[in-house]
Design a protein around this ligand. Structure first.
Ligand code: OGA
Ligand code: NI
Length: 209
């Protein structure tokens, strides 16, 4: 484990207080390298798919809400990123030990926002899909700079919105049921590993909702 329980204890307190936490330098160098390499490989293979929303199957509506492309990860299938799954397992066990969450599983996908795309304000938990407890996003944008756009805008209750730059190896975790958020228009290609800690096991094949 890269970080000790004392560290996580503080982070979990913060998460309970403010509904979100930001952890920079999240992956160790090996995980980070594997993540970049895997992302590139999957892009070259052309396996990303246009992300859907809710129960709507209407492309036009989808495009007005979100413009990202995703590739769902399956544990055990991608040996190149085994170490990343180990890290995610650790995160899950930390939540279970320190937040008494009894998380059963997680689901993650790679997400690519092409230049000009965004994701309008939303909650990650919605009708028919309420087993997402904690959203976890790790950004993979080398050399991100002001003006590149694609910030994550979060809306903590009773506070002004906060914009979070999607810089490489930054992780944000937030409560999926309460924290409204959006992805501002990205002016460059924007990459992340995005997922959710789940109260119940994920159903395969993933219904992309
Ligand atoms: C999502 C989402 C935010 C981000 O995929 O539901 O809100 O910063 N992503 O990529
Ligand atoms: Ni979201």
């Amino acid at each position: 484990m890269q970080r000790d329980l004392g560290y996580w204890d503080k982070q979990m307190d913060l998460l309970a207080q403010q509904d979100y936490i930001i952890i920079d330098n999240f992956f160790n160098p090996e995980d980070l390298n594997n993540a970049h390499h895997f992302f590139e490989t999957k892009q070259q293979e052309g396996v990303f798919q246009k992300a859907a929303i809710g129960a709507s199957g209407n492309e036009k509506i989808i495009n007005e809400v979100r413009g990202d492309y995703t590739y769902w990860l399956e544990k055990g299938k991608h040996t190149q990123i085994n170490s990343i799954f180990e890290t995610l397992d650790e995160v899950k066990s930390v939540f279970n030990r320190l937040m008494y969450l009894s998380l059963a599983d997680y689901e993650f996908h790679l997400a690519h926002y092409p230049k000009g795309s965004f994701y309008k304000k939303h909650l990650d938990q919605f009708e028919g899909r309420n087993n997402r407890m904690v959203s976890v996003i790790i950004y993979l944008n080398k050399d991100w700079k002001n003006g590149d756009g694609g910030e994550l805008r979060i809306y903590p209750e009773g506070q002004d919105p906060i914009d979070i730059a999607p810089i490489e190896n930054r992780c944000i975790m937030f409560r999926s049921d309460t924290l409204y958020h959006e992805v501002l228009t990205s002016h460059t290609s924007r990459k992340s590993i995005t997922g959710w800690m789940l109260y119940q096991p994920a159903v395969l094949p993933y219904l992309v909702l």
